[in-house]
Design a protein around this ligand. Structure first.
Ligand code: 13P
Length: 255
């Protein structure tokens, strides 16, 4: 069965000492909560990975990078390879975030390479998809998300695809305080599951965790998590405060 996942994406926030402090706080809260059946993920900046991995020990907690390089190693100044990420003790990597797609020009072709590198290094991938406002307003959101799945992931065989978590993040809801309604989230998540079903079959579709991201917070978590196809969340702003993040974890466990 698919996992319930609450993943924080810290983005470019927190110095190293601040990040270690936050990881400690989250670790204590997760230990106290004991959220049976919820995988909690901390998506930290690269330089935090090693220390945060050493800091956390709650059994439900894993650490994630927010990106990795397209190449394995070599003369790529400033890049961080998937092997380096894995060597810090990380289990996950977030790929295809809309901020990477729009600000850093990450195309589907680039993502295919990053996905291959991540899998080669045994990382699990939180792969982000989602439409911009204009695409939703012109009712092209399903088409856009289908294309992102097909072009970024459907080169994988079934066993490789089993290492993918999908995060649906409508770009218009990221950091805007404007959340997709529970109905909009459920509709898109069910659509994504049907597209996965079409490619990999029912079992794979049922086993794929699909997370919602975009202004998810302690207040709207219950409503979003009560949908059958919303398996968890990818959380930006609200993952930067241990208390808010813990409340979201508790909500995921309760639904
Ligand atoms: P916010 O929760 O800050 O809207 O960010 C969502 C996100 O982009 C997570 O990857």
């Amino acid at each position: 069965m698919r996992k319930k996942i609450v993943a924080g994406n810290w983005k470019m926030n927190k110095t190293l000492p601040e990040g270690i402090e936050l990881a400690k706080e989250v670790n204590e809260k997760v230990k106290a909560l004991h959220p049976a059946g919820v995988q909690v993920v901390l998506g930290t900046p690269f330089i935090h990975l090693s220390e945060v991995n050493k800091t956390v020990n709650a059994p439900q907690l894993a650490v994630s990078a927010q990106n990795c390089a397209t190449e394995a190693s070599g003369a790529y100044t400033g890049e961080i390879s998937a092997a380096m990420v894995a060597s810090t003790g990380c289990r996950y990597v977030i790929l295809g975030h809309s901020e990477r797609r729009s600000y850093y020009g990450e195309t589907d072709a680039i993502l295919v390479k990053k996905v291959a590198q991540a899998l080669e290094n045994n990382l699990e991938i939180i792969f982000c998809v989602g439409e911009v406002l204009e695409e939703r307003e012109s009712e092209r959101h399903f088409e856009v998300v289908r294309s992102q799945l097909e072009k970024g992931l459907f080169q994988l065989d079934k066993s490789a695809f089993a290492r993918i978590v999908i995060a649906y993040e409508p770009v218009w809801a990221i950091g805007t305080g404007k959340t997709a309604t529970a109905a909009q989230a459920q509709e898109m998540h069910a659509f994504i599951r049907s597209v996965v079903n079409g490619k990999y079959g029912t079992e794979a579709a049922q086993n794929t965790s699909i997370l919602y991201g975009g202004s998810l917070n302690a207040k709207n978590a219950d409503e979003l998590f009560s949908n059958p196809d919303v398996d968890g969340g990818l959380i930006g702003g609200a993952s930067l405060k241990a208390e808010d993040f813990a409340a979201i974890i508790a909500s995921r466990e309760a639904h």
